[in-house]
Design a protein around this ligand. Sequence first.
Ligand code: TXA
Ligand code: MG
Length: 318
Amino acid sequence: MARILPLEEAFDPALDLLEAGDVVALPTETVYGLAADATNGEAVARIFEVKGRPRFNPLIVHVSDMAMAQKIAVFDDISLRLVAGFWPGPLTLVLPLREGHGIHPLVTAGLDTVALRMPREFAREVIDELRHPLAAPSANSSGRISATTAQAVEDDLGDRIKLIADGGPTHVGVESTILKVTPQAVYMLRPGGVTAGEIRNAIGVDVVRGGGKGIEAPGMLASHYAPNAAVRLDATELREGEALLAYGPNRIPGADKAVAMLNLSEKGHMREAAANLYADLQALDRSGAATIAVEPIPEDGLCEAINDRLRRAAAPRS
Ligand code: TXA
Ligand code: MG
C-alpha cells in the first residue's frame, strides 16, 4: 500500500523521495504521472521497473520554466509559438537535445531528441522546488488504462510505490498532445488534450497526423490503454452479455440489456467525455463483462484523442 496524501501534505514527502532517487505518483492536468528525477539514472530505471515498461519507449520530461527547458532542448520559432500558446498545459514537444542537457539517456531511449512539456499547478511547483526536471509517464502498468484518480494509481501500482499525491480526478483526462516540428511539417505523433483545431488557430498551420518515416513516436504500440475486457468499437447494437460505454443522448438498440452502462457525456460534451474516459473504462471492466461495446463517437476536436485511445484499447493484444 502506498501512502495517499492530499497535495499540501504530499509536497514535502514527495520532494524527499524524489531527491533520494525514488518515484512518486502525482497528478498532472492530464493524467496521474509516475515521476522521478530525469537526471538520475537509477531513479529513471525505477520508473521502467514499476511500470513494466519496455526500455525502448522513451519518457516525457517535465519542466517548470523556460530556462530549465532551454538547458535541455533547442527550440525553433514554431515551437516557441506553441509554448507561448499552450504552456503550461497538455502539449508535449519533441525537440533536439542540447549539448550538456543532463537528461539521463534511459529517459530518451538513446534518441537525440527529447519529449518536453510544462505541466500546470502541483506538478510544476514540485519541479520548481526540486530544481530538476521530472521524467513522468502515466502512472499505470505498461499497456493498461491510464490513471485519472489517486485510487486508480493505488489499485494498479500501490504495492510498488511509497507515495501518491492526491489532487482528485484530473481535469483533462487524456494525455498530452505530442507534436514534432520539422522544416517540412508539424507532425502530431499523438492526439491529446490540445486539439488539432486549437493548434491551427495558434500557429496557422495544419498538423500532419502520424510521424512520417522515422519520426513516429517509438512507444506508440498498437495495443495500449487496455482493460481486461475486449473492446468493440462503433457498436450499432448491443450483444448479449456486453457492457456499454455510451456517448450522447441517444442509445443503440439493446442498450437496456447491458450488463453495465456508463455514459461518457449525456449531452455529448467532448471535454466531459475525455475527463470520464479512463475511469468509465475501469468501472465497466469491474462489471466482469467479457466485452465492452462502445457507441460511435464523432471524430473531431478532443474526440480525436478519445477515439485514438479507444482504438488502442480495442487493438489485438500481443
Ligand atoms: O499527459 C501526458 O503526456 C502524461 C503526463 C503524466 O504528463 N504522460 C504520458 O507519458 O503520457 P507516456 O510515457 O505514457 O507517453 C509518452 C509518449 C510515448 O508514446 C513515447 O513514445 C513518446 O511520448 N516519446 C517520448 N520521447 C519521445 C521522442 N524523443 N520522440 C518521439 N516520441 C517520444
Ligand atoms: Mg502511458
